[in-house]
Design a protein around this ligand. Structure first.
Ligand SMILES: Nc1ncnc2c1ncn2[C@@H]1O[C@H](COP(=O)(O)OP(=O)(O)OP(=O)(O)O)[C@@H](O)[C@H]1O
Ligand SMILES: [Mg+2]
Length: 340
């Protein structure tokens, strides 16, 4: 607020306080400009203990049990996909497993989130421009080799089309999916729309291969790996608020139409799980309980709740804390040979 540019600071300004309830519905909306205070003595003492009993570490236990596999964190913008992906990867690496943490976000800040390295943990990113260049070079070297100069020029021009980037990113994505046969691969995805496009490319490729191979052919496409619960665990990240939960449910329905069933939900930034004492925060925390119930009872096969943290959960230690907040035991790392 102190850094507001002068041109904006001179405009008339209204400050709207954080309300104890979500601004959904006519009753709530009609109070937006009222001055409200949270009542500290409403007589009830909400019980947040059930919420705090769904730690991320429990999900990591289940992921770990398979010894390898693909974990994909999905969800709308800003809900904590990168944070949750990094926390899962760090915990698996801490337990002595080889983990590849990668992102399909064009302007990724995975490095900022991790702020350091860890044994057994490889971090990369699928960069659309880099992937396109590699792909172009490869096609020019293979297909271009047999062409005359004019043919190569035409091919080079073809490869500048936007389709090239889509194909290139898809190929890089397929490669990390393939890797998850032998180790853990955790993917931090871009917000919903972008990810659905990538899955669409995966679906088109699958249909094309299926058409070429016919009924008798034996093949495994990346889509089939994503659809196989033994290989892929999709983690939907959301906040415990009406709109984010609805949007995550929409994403789940989209995925199900593509034959992909999300494995777990993670409710991030939960006030209820943070067990606040201030009246305003307690009242907001109570509002979360209904959303968390909906996730648990109607939407998710399994779920975890991560408390809102007082400081940004960045750095290996910050991420550790996020996972370990309710962890029941300490895990002693086991050293394994590197998978080929
Ligand atoms: N449980 C938490 N408590 C406090 N801060 C959190 C928590 N989880 C995430 N954050 C912070 O919230 C911000 C958004 O998180 P993150 O970058 O993981 O979201 P995202 O879903 O990956 O966002 P985008 O869609 O932009 O990629 C970050 O600054 C992160 O440190
Ligand atoms: Mg992110």
């Amino acid at each position: 607020m102190a850094a507001v540019p002068p041109a904006i600071a001179t405009l008339p300004t209204d400050l709207v306080a954080l309300k104890p309830v979500n601004m959904v519905g006519l009753d709530a909306l009609s109070t937006l400009f009222d001055i409200t205070t949270a009542s500290s003595a409403d007589g009830t003492d909400p019980d947040f203990s059930a919420v705090a009993d769904a730690p991320l570490a429990d999900l990591v236990d289940e992921i770990e049990a398979d010894g390898h596999g693909l974990v994909m964190c999905m969800g709308k913008g800003g809900v904590g996909k990168t944070t949750v992906a990094a926390a899962i990867a760090v915990e698996l690496a801490r337990r002595g497993h080889y983990v590849h943490l990668t992102t399909t976000v064009p302007a990724a800040h995975l490095a900022d989130t991790l702020a350091g390295g860890l044994d057994h943990l490889e971090v990369s990113r699928i960069d659309p421009r880099e992937a396109s260049e590699t792909y172009r070079d490869r096609v020019l070297a293979s297909k271009g080799a047999g062409l005359d100069e004019a043919g190569r020029a035409t091919l080079a021009e073809d490869l500048l089309s936007p389709c090239t980037e889509e194909v290139a990113v898809f190929q890089a994505f397929s490669k990390v999916i393939h890797e998850s046969r032998r180790k853990f691969v955790v993917i931090d995805t871009a917000p919903t729309g972008h990810t659905l496009l990538l899955l669409d490319a995966t679906g088109s490729y699958h249909r094309e291969i299926a058409r070429q191979m016919g009924d008798g052919g034996r093949f495994t496409t990346p889509l089939m790996r994503l659809q196989d619960p033994a290989q892929t665990k999709i983690v939907l990240v959301t906040l415990a608020e009406t709109t984010p939960v609805l949007e995550a449910a929409g994403l789940q329905a989209d995925l199900q139409r593509a034959g992909i069933a999300p494995w777990a939900w993670v409710v991030n930034n939960s006030l209820a799980a943070a067990k606040p004492t201030a009246p305003l925060l307690r009242q907001r925390a109570v509002a979360e309980l209904e959303q968390i119930d909906t996730v648990r009872e109607e939407l998710a096969d399994r779920y975890a709740v991560i408390p809102l943290s007082t400081s940004e959960p960045v750095g290996i230690e910050g991420l550790d804390l996020l996972t370990a907040l309710h962890a029941k035991s300490l895990h002693i790392p086991v050293t394994q040979p590197a998978p080929r």
